[in-house]
Design a protein around this ligand. Structure first.
Ligand code: AGP
Length: 607
């Protein structure tokens, strides 16, 4: 997720683009840049770091002119450095483009362009845009962008300027957001409203597969065939804070609602036309993957719950023994690691010191290291032999939400990929699970829509001090994550437990006033979970059951949360969402700051 901004009008670029980008830093902040049309040339300034660093670099430069575009980056392709920062230009420097999204066929387009003599300077997918437009120097810029949109596959929100078009910005959108702001004698284009809200409240939303030609006098929208589409203008009622949160009360709630898109982005380009998983980005030799005879999955906190789910997935689909370890424990138990061991470190930040220390220890024992992280070029990414990125975009809320569900999806993609390479799973079963993964964004959207129902259920729990979250098999990691969410944002004592374990002691704690939340979706064991829950209902606990549509046997429950029907491990993902919302609403009802919970940091860089 990145932020793009464009402006055309009488005011100096520096006064508009830099503040506009600063308002979009929640979308990405590893590098930034501007391209300004300054009469006879385009001036491009960009660097690694935040907007403030770019502003410092520009302090002594002329940021005048009346046409420009800018970008603040969250790297998905290519390290977060000055070379890969946007804008990207063509060979001549006469075309500049900024992009938010993922061009899935960028490698093929780049090979073809290099074959036609183009020279590239970055490792990004975006750079192909300028070179494609360079080849259409005699084509009107809006038509050139339409042709780019026809040849590029994937998610694109673009803004493009060209030296020979001093009065026009052309923008385009597919899957990634784009809005146009209309001022008096000036126009704005951006990924999101906060970029220009202080200048105008007149907004034109751009739909998918639309190209918009923007001059100081207005915007002309066309489809990819060049047919004009009427612009629908709205007035923005939000204040700036609300706009940065997309109208949600908090970044956490916004990020919970972003999960369908984050999951779709994590899947994008990783499943080929024949329905097989394609993880060439791992660059791990198939022979090595076939020779692996043990896997460790190591992580902390929420990421450890993803490791728990990964164990079920990888063992079930590949029959490779998988051990999971809390990172801070791993290296003190003298684990058995050797060159045929694959060690997977999961860390959304890629900077958690416990996890880094553990994987460094394993690598020193000769293991192959695979990092699963949300941050390109993070320490974990840099130190791993291979990296599988989640594509959740920046997560501002301290409590992990979208980064967790995208970890679950990434680990299932990895498990299926290993099963493909090792031929350890029926191809039909692989294709079936992949089809279900492709349906996951829709399923998660349905569950996210149940927020009001969850809120109503939690209204009576403001004073409840004891929660148990229970599950078996694939539901067990979900229960653990639900308990952690409630602890960390609502400051309520909550325990995650294997449902079958309650009868071995903890059931003594069940009495009136204790809330027990049971996750019962895993086909193999959900009946047992329900019978464990019925035992506790008889002892006075308030029972909440998460179950799939069509399931029954929950008459004893005080509340039932129904999930879309789906195969095991798919429901593991959808079942997380109600528990995120449950914790959110309990915390919100207590008036707590869900984005910045007490005592916690987003990244724990101490041991
Ligand atoms: C998640 O809600 C917590 N804030 C915390 O447990 C977190 O998952 C843990 O610190 C690991 O972080 P990482 O994924 O960045 O390594």
């Amino acid at each position: 997720m990145c932020g793009i901004v464009g402006y055309i009008g009488p005011r100096p670029m520096g006064e508009i683009l830099l503040p506009g980008l600063a308002r979009l830093e929640y979308r990405g902040y590893d590098s930034a840049g501007l391209a300004l049309h300054q009469g006879d040339k385009l001036t491009v300034s960009k660097r690694a770091g935040r907007i403030a660093d770019l502003a410092e670099q520009l302090a002594d430069l002329d940021t005048g002119g009346h046409l420009g575009i800018g970008h603040t980056r969250w790297a998905t392709h290519g390290a977060p450095n000055g070379t890969n920062a946007h804008p990207h230009t063509d060979c001549t420097g006469d075309v500049a483009a900024v992009h938010n999204g993922i061009i899935e066929n960028w490698a093929e387009l780049k090979r073809e362009l290099i074959g036609r003599g183009h020279e590239f300077t970055s490792d990004t997918d975006t750079e192909v845009v300028g070179h494609l437009i360079e080849e259409m120097a005699d084509v009107p810029l809006d038509e050139a962008v339409r042709r780019v949109m026809q040849s590029a596959q994937g998610a694109l929100a673009l803004a493009v300027i060209r030296r020979s078009d001093p009065e026009m910005i052309v923008a385009a959108r597919r899957h990634s957001p784009l809005v146009v702001g209309r001022g008096e004698g000036e126009m704005f284009v951006a990924s999101d409203i906060p970029a220009f809200l202080e200048h105008t409240r007149n907004m034109i939303v751009i739909d998918d597969d639309r190209v918009v030609a923007i001059t100081a006098d207005g915007a002309t929208i066309t489809n990819l065939e060049g047919e004009e589409i009427p612009a629908v203008e709205r007035t923005i009622e939000w204040d700036l804070d609300a706009a940065e949160k997309g109208g949600y009360e908090s970044f956490m709630l916004k990020e919970i609602h972003e999960q369908p898109q984050a999951i779709a982005d994590t899947l994008r380009g990783r499943i080929d036309e024949s329905g097989r998983v394609r993880l060439h980005e791992l660059e791990l030799d198939d022979r090595l993957l076939r020779a692996i005879d043990k896997v460790f999955v190591i992580a902390c906190g929420t990421s450890y719950h993803a490791a728990m789910m990964a164990k079920y997935a990888i063992e079930r689909w590949t029959r490779i023994p998988v051990e999971i370890d809390i990172a801070s424990e791993f290296r003190y138990r003298d684990p058995v690691v050797d060159p045929r061991t694959l060690v997977i470190g999961i860390s959304q930040s890629g900077e958690t010191l416990d996890t880094l220390a553990a994987v460094r220890y394993a690598a020193a024992q000769g293991a192959t290291l695979l990092g699963v992280t949300n941050v390109v070029d993070s320490a974990l990414a840099r130190e791993s032999d291979a990296v599988l990125y989640t594509r959740a975009g920046p997560e501002i809320g301290v409590a992990a939400t979208k980064t967790f569900t995208t970890q679950l999806v990434a680990m299932q993609l990895l498990g299926l990929y290993l099963a493909q390479v090792r031929a350890s799973m029926d191809p039909g079963a692989i294709e079936y699970h992949i089809r279900q993964l492709n349906e996951l964004p829709v399923a998660v959207s349905q569950v996210v829509g149940s927020s009001d129902e969850i809120k109503k259920m939690t209204e009576r729990w403001a004073d409840v001090r004891d929660f148990f979250f229970l599950g078996r098999s694939g539901d067990f990691p979900v229960a653990m994550e639900g308990a952690l969410k409630l602890k960390e944002i609502a400051y309520v004592r909550a325990e995650g437990f294997a449902a079958g374990e309650m009868k071995h002691g903890p059931i003594a704690l069940i009495e009136d006033g204790v809330v027990v939340i049971g996750v019962a979706t895993d086909t193999h064991v959900k009946a047992k979970t329900l019978s464990n829950m019925a035992e506790m209902a008889a002892r006075g606990g308030e029972m909440v059951i998460l179950r799939e549509e069509g399931d029954d046997g929950t008459d004893f429950a005080d509340h039932v949360i129904t999930l879309p029907e789906g195969p095991d491990l798919i429901c593991t993902v959808t079942a997380v969402v109600p528990l995120q919302l449950l914790a959110y609403h309990v915390a919100n009802a207590k008036g707590l700051d869900v984005d910045k919970p007490r005592n916690l940091a987003k990244t724990v860089t101490v041991e």
